[in-house]
Design a protein around this ligand. Structure first.
Ligand SMILES: Cc1cc2nc3c(=O)[nH]c(=O)nc-3n(C[C@H](O)[C@H](O)[C@H](O)COP(=O)(O)OP(=O)(O)OC[C@H]3O[C@@H](n4cnc5c(N)ncnc54)[C@H](O)[C@@H]3O)c2cc1C
Length: 391
């Protein structure tokens, strides 16, 4: 395989940076250009809803690499530079700084927060700026509504209670989500929230949102109107592919790729924006977890350097809610409830298992489990047989 002379990576966050770094670590000697539309060097997002929101970290601590480290790796990082178009056949990227030809392109542009039609100006959480602004608002807000019952909603509700605010967590689906585990953890998560004073409304219908006299927002939920100092909206994300319109790529839900991350000759996609074909079902699946972005980026960079195909990433997700550390590894199936394998009634943590119809262990959840117990449990997960459907 002939090595490309120039690889351009769009999206300077965990997926893009990992692709660029891995290329160098694997011995790629050509030019690497990493461009991102944010003004920052690459930073990691998990602390935005945890350590930074709780005031335990400064924003600078979320940075992944220093300028000196990136220089050592000979990665040409161009911040504040947006990709605005792509000609796949000519292998030319259009950017806010002008056209940029490439031999290979890696797309890692992530997602952007979905907006609620009645709350278009409400704060949300995706970027470092969002996190810093939200942290400031949490210092003074006494009544907070969090709209969105996924994992981010749970984390923000947890931070709001840490600031002692009266907190309402609203969802529509009837359950609390946790990445690929879906609603299987709802009962445990609901109890955890209620034990920490979070009010839950999981089948809530928001019919009106108006500015309250004296600041804040009046929300009408299921016919009752209440006033909140702060309403935060975290109702999922949409892939950032608008800049690729007209490019000939399949953009049905993110960038559709084959099972190795190729979207077209010379074009690859990784991370939250990428929908890789499942090797068994052929269906295109997007996974919004940091470890998935890292593993896909490593797989694509290795492929570009050596032509070698890497094993499919196994979904892995973690969170910390009201001080409880939750890890999920593997695949989970709504038809098969989680089984608590803990035998010690006094144990502080638990390991929950998900098995498929044939009895194969397909996923494990650590609920405040010790790192050792969780590590032992995840090594037993069967990753080679066909994945069970997602809930
Ligand atoms: C608050 C928060 C907490 C999270 N916590 C966890 C967690 O605890 N565990 C976990 O596993 N995952 C967590 N995640 C998810 C995880 O952060 C994502 O899966 C991961 O960031 C995906 O990385 P990515 O590189 O694919 O995309 P992103 O991190 O979204 O990066 C995409 C980058 O591309 C840039 N970009 C977009 N369009 C363009 C363009 N046209 N030109 C140039 N640049 C562009 C964006 O500005 C951004 O910088 C969390 C996410 C958030 C928002």
């Amino acid at each position: 395989m002939t090595a490309p002379a120039r690889v351009v990576v769009v999206g300077a966050s965990i997926g893009g940076l990992t692709a660029a770094e891995t290329l160098r670590q694997e011995g790629f000697d050509g030019e690497i250009i990493l461009l991102g539309d944010e003004s920052h060097l690459p930073y990691t997002r998990p602390p935005l809803s945890k350590q930074i929101l709780l005031g335990e970290w400064t924003p600078e601590e979320a940075a992944i690499r220093t300028t000196a480290e990136l220089d050592d790796l000979r990665i040409d990082v161009r911040t504040g530079c947006a990709a605005i178009g792509l000609d796949v056949d000519a292998r030319v990227l259009q950017t806010s700084d002008g056209p940029l030809p490439f031999d290979e392109l890696v797309i890692a542009t992530g997602t952007e927060p979905r907006t609620h039609p009645l709350l278009t100006d409400a704060p949300t959480l995706r970027t470092l700026e969002h996190s810093v602004q939200l942290r400031e608002r949490l210092q003074t807000a006494r009544r907070i509504a969090v709209v969105g019952s996924g994992i981010l909603g749970s984390e923000i509700a947890s931070a709001a209670r840490k600031h002692d605010a009266e907190t309402l967590l609203l969802g529509r689906s009837g359950s609390l989500g946790f990445g690929g585990v879906g609603r299987l953890l709802t009962d445990r998560l609901s109890s955890l929230h209620e034990d920490h004073g979070v009010e839950l409304a999981l089948r809530a219908d928001i019919t009106a949102a108006t500015p309250a006299t004296g600041g804040g927002t009046e929300l009408t939920v299921d016919g009752t109107t209440r006033s909140f100092d702060l309403v935060v909206v975290v109702i999922g994300g949409t892939p950032r592919t608008r800049w690729l319109d007209g490019s000939s790529l399949d953009l049905s839900d993110g960038v559709a790729c084959d099972r190795a991350g190729a979207a077209a000759p010379g074009v690859w996609a990784v991370g939250d924006v990428a929908a890789w074909a499942d090797p068994v079902t052929g269906e295109h699946v997007r996974v919004e977890h940091q470890s998935n972005a890292i593993e896909q980026a490593i797989a694509v960079a290795s492929r570009l350097t050596h032509g070698a195909e890497s094993p499919q990433p196994v979904p892995f997700f973690w969170s910390e809610i009201h001080g409880t550390r939750i890890n999920a590894y593997g695949w989970f199936d709504a038809q098969h409830p989680l089984i608590d394998t803990t035998t010690d009634a006094d144990a502080k943590g638990a390991v929950l298992e998900s098995r498929d119809a044939a009895g194969h262990l397909r996923g494990v959840v650590g609920w405040n489990a010790s790192p050792r117990d969780f590590r032992t449990a995840r090594t037993a997960v069967v990753t080679s047989a066909p994945p069970v459907p997602q809930p």
